[in-house]
Design a protein around this ligand. Structure first.
Ligand SMILES: [Zn+2]
Length: 433
C-alpha cells in the first residue's frame, strides 16, 4: 500500500491537545509522522496526497460496547421496561437467528458506525464467525466475543467451543480483529462458570466483556465480592453499564483496573438510570463509552452518546463537573487503553484510525479553533462526518463505502428481518412492501 499524506487539515492529537494545523503521513496501517507546520509533499515521491482543506481530523471514535446484529430488532419493544424488553422480546427472537441474518445485520450496523465516524467496536453476540467476517468486509476494527450463558453443561460446552473456534480463526485477523470472551452477565452465568472463563481468559491473555449492574434488581442476585472470588476482576475486564455501582464498588473497579463502558442512551431508554460516571472518573476508573445494541438505543452513534452522557451527568451532578476533554477522552484514549491497543491518539506508531469532519457544515460555526472541541461534543452531530479511516484505508468517504457493495446489504438485511418477524408472530403479517 502506498503511503498517504493528509494535507492542510486541522487536527486534534488527543483529548488534552488544542486544535492545530498539521499534515499527517500514514504508512500501511500506522501513523508515521505528524508535521505541525505542514510538509512539502515532494519529499514523499511515492505518497498519495489527500487535500484535507476545510476538514478537522480527530482520532477515530471507539464504541466500547455493542451487539451489532441487533439492528434486526431496532424499533421493536421501544416502550418496555428492561425485563419485558429482554425476556419477552429479544431472547425469543434471538432463537430465530442464523449465520446469514447475523452477517447482514452486522454489515448494516457497521456501515452505520463507519458513516458516523466510529473506527472500533467491541461486540458480544452469537454466530461470531459471521460477525467477524462482517467487520473484516466493512474494514472495521473490533474485539468480538461469543455471548456466554449457562443453561446446561451441553449448551455451555457448545458456546465455549464456538468461542474457541472464532478465536482460532479470527484472533489477530488482518491486524484488525481481536477475539475475547463474553460471559453475558452474572445473572445468566453462575459464579463457578465465571471462574472457568476467568482462568481461560488469563491463559490466553484475552479480554472479557460482561454486563454488570445494568439494572437495580441485579443487586439482589450477586455482589462485587462474589465476582471478585471468581478471578474475573483479574482479567482484562470491560464491564458494560455499572449503572448501579455504589462507592464501594467504584473503589473495587479502580483497584482492579476494570474498564467501565457507559451506555447512556440504552440506560435511559430501558429505564435503568444514569451511571455514576463523575464519581468513577474522580476515583480514576477507566471509563469509556458505548452504544449498546440498536434494539435499546436505537442508533449506533458515539457522537450522540457523548452529548447525552455530558447532559445526563450535568443533570446528575452539576454542569461544572463535566468537562469537554473528559468526554472526548472517554471516546478516544480510554478506549485504546481498555483494549490495549494503539488507538485514540494521532501520534507516530498509533493505528491510522481517523475520523474526518467537514467543518464547513453550519453546526461547526463559528469556526473558532478554540471552540471546535465543544462543537464535536455539543453541536456537530454525525452528519458532519466526512470520512472514516481504519488501518490506513478509507472505510467511509464522502457518503460512500469504498470496500463494499451497499445495495446487496439492504436487500438481504430486509429479507432476514421479514423471515424473523413472520416466524416470531406465527403468521405473514409483514410483507416488506
Ligand atoms: Zn449490552
Amino acid at each position: 500500500m502506498k503511503k498517504k499524506l493528509l494535507k492542510n487539515a486541522y487536527i486534534i492529537i488527543s483529548a488534552d491537545f488544542p486544535v492545530q494545523k498539521a499534515d499527517i503521513l500514514i504508512s500501511e496501517n500506522e501513523i508515521l509522522q505528524v508535521f505541525p507546520n505542514g510538509i512539502n509533499e515532494k519529499s514523499f515521491g511515492e505518497a498519495e496526497v489527500w487535500d484535507m482543506s476545510g476538514k478537522l481530523i480527530t482520532p477515530g471514535f471507539i464504541n466500547a460496547h455493542s451487539h451489532v446484529a441487533m439492528t434486526l430488532f431496532r424499533g421493536i419493544a421501544d416502550d418496555m421496561n428492561f425485563k419485558e424488553w429482554l425476556f419477552d422480546n429479544m431472547l425469543p427472537r434471538e432463537e430465530l437467528l442464523d449465520d446469514e441474518s447475523v452477517y447482514y445485520a452486522s454489515m448494516l450496523a457497521l456501515m452505520e458506525m463507519a458513516g458516523k465516524g466510529i473506527t472500533f467496536s467491541a461486540d458480544m453476540y452469537f454466530f461470531t464467525n459471521s460477525i467477524c467476517k462482517a467487520f473484516s468486509d466493512v474494514g472495521m476494527r473490533g474485539c468480538i466475543s461469543r455471548g456466554l450463558s449457562f443453561d446446561d453443561q451441553k449448551g455451555w460446552d457448545r458456546r465455549l467451543d464456538e468461542t474457541m473456534d472464532t478465536y482460532n480463526r479470527y484472533n489477530g485477523y488482518k491486524n484488525l480483529l481481536e477475539v475475547g470472551f463474553g460471559p453475558h452477565a452474572p445473572y445468566t452465568v453462575p459464579m463457578e462458570r465465571l471462574a472457568e472463563v476467568a482462568s481461560l481468559a488469563k491463559k490466553l491473555g484475552a479480554s472479557v466483556q460482561m454486563h454488570i449492574y445494568e439494572s437495580a434488581w441485579e443487586r439482589e442476585s450477586y455482589t462485587f465480592s462474589d465476582l471478585d472470588k471468581t478471578g474475573i476482576f483479574d482479567t482484562k475486564l470491560i464491564a458494560a453499564h455499572c449503572v448501579q455501582a455504589d462507592m464501594q464498588d467504584i473503589k473495587t473497579l479502580a483497584a482492579k483496573n476494570v474498564t467501565v463502558v457507559h451506555n447512556p442512551c440504552s440506560n435511559l431508554k430501558l429505564g435503568n438510570g444514569t451511571a455514576p460516571v463523575i464519581a468513577m472518573l474522580d476515583e480514576n476508573v477507566n471509563v469509556t463509552v458505548g452504544t449498546d445494541g440498536a434494539a435499546s438505543n436505537n442508533s449506533l452513534d458515539i457522537l450522540g452518546e457523548m452529548k447525552i452522557m455530558a447532559l445526563s451527568q450535568k443533570s446528575k451532578y452539576s454542569p461544572s463537573q463535566v468537562k469537554i476533554n473528559d468526554v472526548l477522552r472517554m471516546a478516544w484514549e480510554n478506549g485504546g487503553y481498555a483494549f490495549g491497543k494503539k488507538m485514540g491518539r494521532i501520534e507516530p506508531g498509533y493505528y491510522a484510525d481517523l475520523t474526518v469532519f467537514d467543518i464547513s457544515k453550519p453546526s461547526f460555526y463559528p469556526t473558532d479553533l478554540q471552540r471546535l472541541k465543544s462543537h464535536i461534543v455539543y453541536s456537530a452531530g454525525s452528519d458532519s462526518v466526512f470520512a472514516t479511516m481504519v488501518n490506513g484505508e478509507w472505510i467511509y468517504y464522502n457518503g460512500t463505502y469504498p470496500l463494499i457493495k451497499e445495495s446487496d446489504i439492504y436487500e438481504k438485511f430486509q429479507k432476514s428481518f421479514i423471515r424473523i418477524e413472520n416466524t416470531f408472530n406465527g403468521n405473514s403479517i409483514i410483507s416488506g412492501n
